[in-house]
Design a protein around this ligand. Structure first.
Ligand code: F6R
Length: 261
């Protein structure tokens, strides 16, 4: 795992945008990228929109989302499909038919989960998967206790996650769905390159658990330690509990150009 500690959230967004840009440019014949929603990747997505406006093309890109709320009607402004459309995919010109997410409005969510797992499998390889992390260490919506080998399925959000996400629902926790469809940790781990971005002190414990803690279902992000290609991009505040932050800064300062991301 490469831990990249940068001064500001803007710097983090730039590196995540660089990673996605490299994948998009490397495969002009077609590439699948995995997208997270939430606040953490927004600066990266804004950077990608700016690059698109400067000429970067996305018409060969297929996008797969990590997760979706169960029970929000299709088109609900806080459904993750809508959020990603608004924040990124429309603005960079990815055909909506090539933007895929679990169907949280399906009458049978269990069937929707199986269907999405099969769809993601059919769209592999996922060249880059953008990730955020919850304050409790969740990745996707794999809450603590999730199997490290899990596949796409229905999960129940913790009350902490619902409270954290109430900000997207006018502060109304009751409006945050209890259930979600999420790619499993095993599903996510099949992407070729995982790039996780976390900013702010509220993420510091989760980041330390993911990067340096034991590999444990208590911190689902710790499963990233088993993946061969992970870039963990954090600002100074989110790096605040990393024991090896100084080494990470040293590595970055002496990185060989050939090493890339
Ligand atoms: C969202 C997702 C979640 C978020 C996490 C952090 O698609 O999979 O794991 O990345 O909840 O959310 P923010 O970035 O809003 O703090």
């Amino acid at each position: 795992m490469e831990v990249v500690v940068l001064p500001t959230p803007e710097d983090c967004g730039r590196v995540v945008a660089d990673v996605v840009t490299a994948a998009v440019e490397a495969a002009p014949g077609g590439v699948t990228i995995g997208l997270a929603t939430g606040s953490s990747p927004l600066l990266a997505y804004r950077g990608l929109v700016a690059r698109h406006e400067a000429g970067l093309r996305f018409d060969h890109v297929t996008a797969v989302l990590l997760d979706e709320y169960v029970g929000l009607p299709a088109g609900h402004p806080e459904s993750y499909r809508e959020v990603i459309r608004r924040e990124l995919t429309d603005a960079v010109g990815i055909d909506p038919a090539r933007v895929h997410g679990p169907d949280g409005s399906a009458p049978d969510p269990l069937q929707a989960a199986r269907h999405y797992e099969a769809l993601v499998t059919s769209l592999r390889p996922v060249a880059v998967q953008v990730l955020g992390i919850g304050a409790n260490g969740h990745v996707g919506f794999n809450e603590p206790g999730s199997s490290l080998a899990s596949r796409t399925r229905v999960k129940t959000l913790t009350e902490q996650t619902r409270a954290d996400n109430a900000r997207f629902f006018d502060g109304d926790v009751a409006a945050v769905p209890r259930h979600v469809l999420t790619q499993g940790l095993g599903t996510i781990g099949e992407a070729e390159h995982l790039v996780l971005v976390a900013t702010g002190a509220a993420k510091a414990a989760a980041v330390a658990g993911a990067a340096e803690g034991p590999v444990t279902t208590s911190c689902p992000g710790s499963v990233l330690q088993l993946h061969p290609h992970v870039t963990l991009v954090v600002d100074e505040a989110a790096a605040g509990q990393l024991e090896r932050a100084d080494y990470a800064r040293y590595v970055l300062a002496h990185k060989l150009a050939e090493q890339g991301w």
